[in-house]
Design a protein around this ligand. Structure first.
Ligand SMILES: N[C@@H](CCC(=O)N[C@@H](CS)C(=O)NCC(=O)O)C(=O)O
Length: 88
């Protein structure tokens, strides 16, 4: 199970779309950036640059921020959406 800390912005949606496409079960943890919820100490412990999105993967304890890094992590974990070689 993955917790997705996000808000309805393009960077947040990128990760939701990836999780949906992979068919991965996940729970949305809304971080209302309009109300500065990204600055709480609890959230800063997950995402020190006070940005959404971030994930916690309870399968292995991985915590990750930055939408591109999260998408690469998910693609690698599930063996999808990445070519087998750099040429690909
Ligand atoms: N490079 C980051 C950018 C993330 C980002 O800019 N998030 C914005 C919303 S789209 C945010 O959390 N802004 C709140 C803030 O800067 O306080 C990524 O791709 O994850």
């Amino acid at each position: 199970m993955i917790d997705l800390y996000t808000w309805s912005t393009p960077n947040g949606r990128k990760v939701s779309i990836m999780l949906k496409e992979l068919g991965v079960e996940y729970e949305v943890k809304p971080i209302d950036i309009g109300k500065n919820e990204q600055f709480t100490p609890q959230y800063l412990a997950l995402s020190p640059n006070n940005k959404i999105p971030a994930i916690v993967d309870h399968d292995n304890g991985t915590t990750l921020m930055e939408s591109g890094a999260i998408m690469l992590y998910l693609a690698d974990k599930h063996g999808r959406f990445l070519p087998e070689s750099s040429k690909g």
